[in-house]
Design a protein around this ligand. Structure first.
Ligand code: SF4
Ligand code: SF4
Length: 282
């Protein structure tokens, strides 16, 4: 079962939810931190490092002696990562997705591929949780290839929780693809509702069953609840705006350990998710 935690905007408590749900999830679970530009799940897990791997993608290298500047590669590349310039072709590695297409279409066989490092994947073992987190190198603009590399480490058949990047753009889509269920985290505010609607459109487009968790219940109004009711979207959990949760967060503590009375709420969330995974799309 692959469960993804996402939100239409940052700062809604997505990672808090992911790490606490992982702790109560069962005997063992993989937690994949796909927020590779700013991974922070590790801050809440006091575990043991179990390895670091470098991740690279193949980018084109043009042999100027063979290239005649025909421009076939540039016409093929939808990311504008290679363009013909005079009698040769120029590569912009930071925009390259490593698809290999330009090398295939080059009629002069002037392109070979070389590895370009984009980041690392770190593994940490923390009791029942195996955390696998991607960390994009500084200056690297494209996170989807690293997110896919993180997801390649998913153990087939094992339970997994994916902590998605915030928003609704390509990195989020790369994270959510293949998930059995998505939990959308939001706050009961007008901004929260606005971004929740965008996130709902996204998961409906992806055709993945989903539900909503409202964090910091009590800070705003009931428009999120009304919207979910109208749209037939299940609210799986409402976490109150409890100052002690914020304090636990700022210390890097898990809520279910610092405030054990909340463990039952997260266990109920786990049951609600397991019941709905693979079911109807609201
Ligand atoms: S397709 Fe090949 S020959 Fe044509 S511009 Fe690109 S690298 Fe040069
Ligand atoms: S490998 Fe793909 S993304 Fe990169 S330059 Fe070639 S066609 Fe563009």
């Amino acid at each position: 079962m692959i469960l993804a935690i996402a939100s239409g905007k940052g700062g809604t408590g997505k990672t808090t939810l992911a790490v606490n749900l992982a702790r109560v999830f069962g005997s063992s679970v993989q937690l994949l931190d796909c927020d590779v530009e700013e991974p922070n799940a590790h801050l809440f897990l006091k575990g043991t490092p179990a390895g670091t791997e470098t991740v690279s993608i193949p980018v084109p290298l043009v042999d100027e002696a063979l290239c005649d500047g025909c421009g076939e590669c540039g016409r093929f590349c939808e990311y504008h990562a290679i363009v013909s310039f005079g009698a040769t072709a120029l590569v912009f590695p930071e925009m390259c997705h490593g698809c290999g297409g330009c090398a295939k279409v080059c009629p002069k066989k002037a392109i070979r591929e070389v590895d370009n490092r984009i980041g690392v994947i770190q593994t940490v073992r923390a009791e029942n949780i195996t955390l696998i987190q991607g960390r994009l190198d500084v200056g690297v603009a494209m996170s989807p290839p690293l997110i896919r590399a993180v997801k390649d480490r998913l153990q087939k058949g094992a339970a997994a929780i994916l902590d998605a990047p915030p928003g609704t753009s390509c990195p989020v889509i790369a994270t959510l693809r293949g998930a059995d269920f998505v939990v959308l985290v939001t706050e009961p505010t007008p901004f929260g509702l606005h971004d929740l609607k965008l996130a709902v459109d996204m998961v409906r487009e992806l055709r993945i069953p989903f539900g909503v968790v409202v964090n910091r219940e009590g800070i705003g109004d009931d428009r999120v609840r009304v919207y979910c009711g109208t749209e037939g979207i299940p609210i799986l959990l409402e976490l109150p705006d409890d100052r002690r949760i914020a304090e636990a967060y700022s210390r890097g503590d898990l809520i279910v350990e610092a405030l054990p009375e909340y463990a039952a709420l997260f266990e109920r969330l786990r049951e609600a998710v397991l019941e709905r995974a693979g079911g109807a799309i609201p």
